[in-house]
Design a protein around this ligand. Structure first.
Ligand code: UTP
Length: 287
């Protein structure tokens, strides 16, 4: 079994739910407490021993490239001003990972964004992570997936339980429980009504795929809105070879919409070792 070394971050979407904030700056650069969303995702991937980060970007996404680039002038100024701690934080971001960028010229869907990275992936297994799904956990979410990949040698999707009245927002899986707690996925339904949902387990923005997924993606026909859906390729994959799910441990925030994003900032702000106490006091005084 080949090890998983590479991970794709699709970040070329339009971010329409965040307009006008995302008119000129990427959704993935929105800040949770003191770091942009994409940095949380990249740190999680590195903690799961991913070696190469492939970020799929589009128009108006230059800030992501600048964020992971070395800013010599800023670093020199921080050093000169004796701001050692800040200097370390800033220089760490630009040196923590090997990042490559791929351009998706038109936002033709998540599946298409993943396909844009095919030359970097070649014939290796690979991860996919959606940075706007923020997962805070003791064991990094990607590492939870990696364990199941290393146990089975097959693709693995991150899952979480969602309330019945929320299933219509997600890709929901049907599954069979196998020995050792493995969940083998038998079907996937995009945004079902609660009456027909096969379970309450939703696919949550973390994936490890065998290289076969890339080949199947090439054959996926555009669906509604001309988008190439990742779920269509996963369904085709599950017909050919096992696809597993792992119930993720951790706090998850759907930071891709304003309500989830605000909740993430509130919860992580209150838990923050530097800002938490002051925030709690200030909130108490106002509410
Ligand atoms: P989303 O649907 O959450 O992101 O896609 P979006 O399209 O930017 O947001 P809305 O719906 O307009 O508000 C999930 C992930 O897939 C990426 C997005 O950047 C996001 O990280 N994506 C989506 C692409 O890279 N390309 C696409 O064509 C579509």
């Amino acid at each position: 079994m080949k090890p998983v070394r590479k991970i794709i971050f699709p970040a070329a979407g339009m971010g329409t739910r965040f307009l006008p904030a995302t008119k000129a700056s990427p959704k993935e650069m929105l800040t949770i407490v003191d770091k942009p969303l994409i940095q949380y995702g990249v740190e999680e991937a590195l903690a799961a021993d991913m070696e190469q980060i492939v970020i799929v970007t589009g128009r108006g996404k230059r800030a992501i490239e600048d964020h992971f680039d070395i800013s010599a002038e800023l670093e020199a100024n921080l050093k000169k001003a004796g701001k050692e701690k800040l200097y370390k934080r800033v220089s760490h971001v630009s040196r923590m990972a090997e990042v490559v960028y791929v351009r998706q010229k038109e936002a033709k869907g998540l599946g298409h964004a993943v396909l844009c990275a095919r030359h970097w992936i070649a014939d290796e297994p690979f991860g996919v992570s959606l940075a706007d799904e923020l997962i805070i956990s003791d064991e990094p979410a990607m590492q939870q997936l990696r364990r199941v990949y290393e146990q089975t040698g097959y693709s693995v999707l991150g899952l979480m339980q969602v309330p019945a009245d929320q299933v219509y927002k997600y890709g929901i899986v049907a599954y069979q429980a196998e020995e050792e707690g493995l969940l083998r996925l038998t079907d996937m339904v995009e945004k079902p009504q609660p009456e027909v949902a096969p379970s309450h387990l939703a696919i949550i923005g973390r994936y490890i795929f065998t290289p076969r997924l890339m080949e199947l993606l090439r054959d996926v026909q555009p669906g509604s809105g001309g988008e190439i859906q990742l779920t269509d390729a996963i369904s085709a994959l599950a017909k050919e070879e096992p696809v597993y799910g792992v119930l993720l441990d951790g706090q998850r925030f759907d930071a891709g919409n304003p309500a989830g994003f605000l909740l993430a900032n509130a919860v992580l702000g209150l838990q923050h070792e530097t800002y938490g106490e002051a925030l709690r006091t200030a909130l108490k005084a106002r509410l």
